[in-house]
Every structure is written in C-alpha cells, then in structure tokens.
Write a protein of this length. Sequence first.
Length: 196
Amino acid sequence: MNHNLEQQLKFLIEIDKMKNIQRQTLLADKSRRETDAEHSWHFALMAWILFEYAGIDGIDIDRVIKMALVHDLVEIYAGDTFAFDAAANELKDDREQQAASKLFSLLPEEQGLLLRSLWEEFDAMQTPDSIYAAAIDRLQPFINNYLTDGHTWVLGNVTVEQVYKRIEPVKQALPALWGFVEKVILESCEKGYIRS
C-alpha cells in the first residue's frame, strides 16, 4: 500500500469519531441529541435542496457541500461548542485551530491543505460559498429547535436578539426563507421558547 493511501485511510478511520460528537440540538422527533455527523449530512443535503433560493450570485454548490462535510470535523478533538455559551466561545478558535492542525495533518499534505482551506473559508464567512454555507448551517438547528419546543433556546435562556444575530446569514443568503424565519421566531417568543 502506498504512503498516501495509508494516510487517507488513517484519516477516514479517525473521522469516524465524528459520529460520537453530540450537539445540543435534538433530532426533530425529540428522541435524542444529534451528532456532528448527522448535522453535517443534513446541512449538505439542505444546501443542495435549497440552492434554487440562494440570494447570492457566484455560489459553487459543490464547494458548499464540501464545506458542509468538513466544517465540524475539528470537533472530533475540540468538542462541540454551544453557540449561545459566551464563555465557551471565548477559547473556541484556539481549540479548533489546534484540532485542525492535528486532524488535517493526517492526510497527504496537498489534501490536508485543501480540507483546511475549506474549513477556514467556511469559518471566515467572507465568500459567497461560505456565506451560503453558514446560512444553511444555522438554519438546520434553527428548524430543529422550533420542532423540539425550543430545546436549545430554553437550555441557553436565549433572547430574541441572540437568535436574530445567529440566524442573520439567512437574510442575505436565502432571502426567500426570511419570512419563514421571522414567523418561527415570533411563534417561539409567543410560546416562551425564546425570551422577548
């Protein structure tokens, strides 16, 4: 077996751990918390299915799907950071940079650099692809939160301002869905899932 293949197989075996990283978000049926792997799969499929509603020109959906697949891989080592936990988010970047160096170095150099660059681009949210990807990444748990009686919003004692700030990329990247977002937020406030 050649060295590149050995490295690739080692990486693919290592990322199986992603199936065990639990997020705060519940599955829509409320039976349990979802894993990073489940979230990434759902994110990738949503990005593809909702692409016709993209409100930004120049999006390469293939790159977005690749971002969906790699965006949370570093959580294998860094853990999942609850979006509404200010204290945990203070050290998130350092933890994730260290995790990225460790994880992506398992691959052959060129491949490792490619995956890391996609991960970094996603995180920076400055390109059409990454803005659209971020919108979908936030829309997926937003929908699940609503379907699970505001599970993570209640858990984090989240305010309407925090939800609007978190879901903001949808307004730019998926303007056709913004009415749906506002309706969900209004109903969630009325039901006490989100603090007004």
